[in-house]
Design a binder for this molecule. Structure first.
Ligand SMILES: CC[C@H](C)CCC(=O)Nc1ccc(S(N)(=O)=O)cc1
Ligand SMILES: [Zn+2]
Length: 263
């Protein structure tokens, strides 16, 4: 899909972590969510996700994370409600993780780090006709963030974990069908924080309505270990580098308010 091919353009080695010159740069992501400074907003609605597993197409290693991509040529897998005024189309989901269980998430809650974080990426199909248009607009994207904790095995995740050894190297892709991303959402999707931010990898465009779930999901130690068996490097490269620590450091809040859907 468009979102995926474009994503490969933006794949960068984590070395870019530095303060890249970003237009404006006053609404960058990720951030630390300071719970006691978040503001309850009673206008915030429950999230409404409507994902069709038949739109799942492929899974691939883009040299920074692994992406599960969805057919976003129709409104078959959508997100609406929450803080959003429009309908958003799912185009892909991916994760960020650490080399150890002590860190790996991009967002933090009162400075608390999680071992990994899931991002479900959607674009505003009411206002734009293509992902790459939406990615440049300030209300173009909506990304749901879900924290992962190490605990019991996540049955729904296992199908995805089993596919990872087939895409160990950068630019490898395999067909991946009939995966319902709703199984990766926590049981409670009514409680979330939301704020206006950016993509967390280049082009770092400030086009994202972030929706960070309060409730985490659990995955097993072994499942997370398979994430770490992926490689940043392609098959040809002599030195193979483990795909770990593919997260961006927290960015300044710059006066933004984080709203909460719960008290
Ligand atoms: C013109 C298209 C441009 C290359 C964007 C391609 C893309 O989809 N990038 C992307 C998506 C999600 C995140 S995150 N980690 O969820 O903030 C980071 C980067
Ligand atoms: Zn991400």
């Amino acid at each position: 899909t468009a979102c995926s091919s474009k994503y490969v353009l933006s794949q960068m080695h984590p070395m870019w972590q530095g303060p890249l010159a970003v237009p404006g740069g006053d609404r960058q992501s990720p951030i630390d969510i300071v719970v006691r400074k978040s503001v309850f907003d009673s206008e915030l609605k429950p999230l409404v996700t409507d994902y069709d597993p038949d739109t799942c197409q492929q899974i691939w290693n883009n040299g920074y994370s692994f992406l599960v991509e969805y057919d976003d040529t129709t409104d078959k897998s959508t997100l609406k409600g929450g803080p959003l005024q429009d309908k958003f189309r799912l185009c892909q989901f991916h994760f960020h993780w650490g080399e150890s269980n002590a860190w790996g998430s991009e967002h933090t809650v009162d400075r608390r780090l999680f071992p990994a974080e899931l991002h479900l990426v959607h674009w505003n199909s009411d206002k734009y006709s293509l992902f790459e248009e939406a990615v440049m607009e300030d209300n173009g994207l909506a990304v749901i963030g879900v924290f992962l904790k190490v605990g019991k095995r996540h049955e729904g995740l296992q199908k995805l974990v089993d596919a990872l050894p087939t895409i160990r190297h950068k630019d490898s892709v395999v067909e991946f069908t009939r995966f319902d991303p709703a199984c990766l959402l926590p049981t409670n999707t009514d409680d979330y924080w939301t704020y206006h931010g950016s993509l967390t990898t280049p082009p770092l465009t400030e086009s994202v309505s972030w929706i960070v779930m309060k409730q985490h999901i659990e995955v097993s130690h072994d499942q997370l270990a398979v994430f770490r068996s992926l490689l940043f490097t392609s098959a040809e490269e002599e030195v193979q580098k483990s795909m770990v620590n593919n997260f961006r450091v927290q960015q300044p809040l710059r006066g933004r308010t984080v709203r909460s859907s719960f008290t």
